[in-house]
Design a protein around this ligand. Structure first.
Ligand code: GDP
Length: 536
């Protein structure tokens, strides 16, 4: 029987209530690293502030992984940065922001309660921002928008908001408005207080951060004249024609509060950070696969949302990142893995960001913990103590890249099979098979081609079975049924085939391109073709 909890329920509730767990979603180069640093600058970093995206000279352990990162100049590691702000504990979960997407990028969104959508003022909505937004929408993650780089020339504020409304189908509700067009930012005015202007002045070389002054409305009229008047008019126009701020509409994804600023010069960043405290939801009860939900005050439960292997070859370790969903995590506690019913001990628990690690002793709902050498854990696993909890598994995303894997040395087929199974279970790629090719030539399916690099690397170095990957000419996947599969097989199509996903036996019909898929659908309207989680 479980013993008395060492932390009283009221305390768990209070700790959960002051947690804000969020991620920044953006297209590469929109300024995610810069914003992360600027956010942390405003806050009291509780752990490893120095590790904030050390993009260049990354310190600390070297590993196979980091070699891969270094070669490509990207951050493969993804975990959480924790810092304090206004008596709240902020957990910023890192989404890898490189040009090549992977399913990991999407999965981390299962671990957050809110996302900041970062938009470059000059470029507007870009492809990866849209894809990540689609995942937020699917998962019901509310989105706060930050329009960045307002210190540089860019689009017009009203046009940017129109784009968000038209292309994302979410209504932008400005919480601040820029005084001055992009490239000539004078300051900001808050929707909640139009009697005051926050004016920013650049400081001479040495530091980027601008100096803030507060002006009364009269001073703003006198000193800033037209830009101030224009800002007020535009803000009023947008507020009058829109629905206004409403918590329920925000949490259900109908509206997105919008902020303007410049991460580089630290303009508008504090208002954004305040908004995460004021607007973003605290950890809430999480739905269970079997129905009902787990209250945050119940005993410990957590969701494994990411596995990182071989971060440090000296230890050959594997870190499972767990988002605490209920109760208190205490290092050393025994927890049960819902999928197998087996228990494991959590002696090695860390918070990890980049290459930095700090031992964690206690964690509350919303926090992220890295469990080291928990070899049995898989992405999507639930861990719990006390009453059983099992959260719904993480969905598979629509792969857009396909390649046939073959062992270079067929005498190593045992290693090959073991490696393929392991990578499939970890969710590094989706493994698909077909009768035609057999087990020795499975098809690897990925959301982003970088997942293939990881497969090649790990098959060779970790499983001692180097492989070749031959790309297949498919770009789209749909879920079909046995009848659909039969039609496609019988037609002997050249630009489509049906493959079986190993993890769940789903039948995936894969197509060369959208044009081909459309013409197939026109000709065979009765064939079932359901989208996987569409992000495109
Ligand atoms: P990430 O790829 O999204 O992490 O983007 P980075 O933070 O690395 O920023 C990409 C580039 O944009 C860098 O050269 C930054 O200095 C620049 N940048 C980021 N934020 C701003 C901003 O607010 N204003 C300007 N002018 N440049 C910015």
């Amino acid at each position: 029987m479980s013993s008395e909890p060492s932390v009283p329920t009221v305390q768990v509730l209070a700790e959960a209530a002051r947690r804000r767990t969020f991620a920044v979603i953006s297209h590469p180069d929109a300024g995610k690293s810069t914003l992360t640093e600027a956010l942390a600058l405003h806050a009291r970093a509780i752990t490893s502030a120095g590790a904030v995206h050390a993009k260049g000279g990354r310190r600390g352990v070297t590993s196979d992984w980091m070699e891969l990162e270094r070669e490509r100049g990207i951050s493969v590691t993804s975990a959480a940065l924790q810092f304090g702000h206004r008596d709240h504990v902020m957990n910023l979960v890192d989404t890898p922001g490189h040009a090549d997407f992977s399913e990991d990028t999407y999965r981390v969104l299962a671990a957050v309660d809110c996302a900041i959508m970062l938009v470059d003022a000059a470029k507007g909505l870009e492809e990866q921002t849209r894809k990540l937004f689609a995942v937020c929408r699917h998962r019901g993650v509310p989105v706060i928008t930050f329009i960045n780089k307002w210190d540089r020339r860019g689009r017009d504020a009203l046009t940017l908001l129109e784009d968000i409304e038209t292309h994302l189908g979410i209504t932008p509700v400005p919480m601040v408005w820029p005084v001055g067009v992009a490239g000539n930012l004078r300051g900001l005015v808050e929707a909640s207080n139009t009697e005051q202007m926050r004016r920013y002045t650049k400081v001479p070389a040495g530091t980027h951060a601008a100096i803030e002054e507060l002006l009364t409305a009269e001073e703003a009229v006198e000193q800033e004249g037209e830009p101030w008047q224009n800002a007020l008019e535009e803000l009023e126009l947008v507020l009058d024609s829109g629905p206004g701020w409403d918590r329920e509409a925000f949490e259900s994804g109908k509206i997105t509060p919008v902020f303007f600023g410049s991460a580089l010069t630290n303009i508008g960043v504090k208002l954004l950070l305040d908004s995460v405290v004021d607007l973003a939801p605290a950890p809430a009860p999480r739905p269970l696969a079997a129905g009902g939900s787990r209250e945050v005050t119940e005993e410990f439960s957590g969701l494994v949302f990411k596995i990182q292997a071989n971060m440090d070859p000296a230890h050959r370790d594997r870190i499972a990142f767990v988002r605490v969903c209920s109760g208190v995590f205490e290092r050393g506690m025994n927890v049960t893995r819902a999928a197998s019913g087996r228990s494991l001990t959590t002696k090695y628990a860390h918070t990890v960001f980049g290459a930095e690690r700090t031992v964690v002793d206690k964690a509350y709902p919303g926090d992220v913990v890295g469990l080291i050498n928990a070899a049995s854990l898989r992405v999507g696993d639930t861990l719990f103590s006390g009453r059983k909890a099992e959260f719904p598994g993480l969905p598979a995303f629509a792969p857009e890249h396909f390649a046939v894997a073959r062992p270079k040395d067929i005498s190593r087929s045992k290693q090959f099979r073991r490696g393929v199974s392991q990578l499939d279970e970890e969710g590094v790629v989706q493994v698909l098979v077909s009768d035609r090719r057999g087990d020795q030539a499975p098809v690897m399916a990925a959301v982003g081609p970088m997942q293939f690099d990881v497969v090649l690397h790990r098959m060779e170095h970790e499983f001692s079975s180097p492989i070749t990957l031959d790309r297949l000419p498919y770009q789209l996947a749909r879920v079909t049924d046995a009848e659909g599969a039969e039609v496609i097989a019988k037609d002997r199509l050249t630009n489509a085939e049906v493959l079986i996903r190993r993890s769940d036996d789903a039948l995936l019909a894969v197509f060369a391109d959208r044009w081909y898929l459309n013409s197939f659908q026109r000709n065979k309207p009765d064939v079932r073709l359901d989208p996987l989680i569409a992000t495109a």
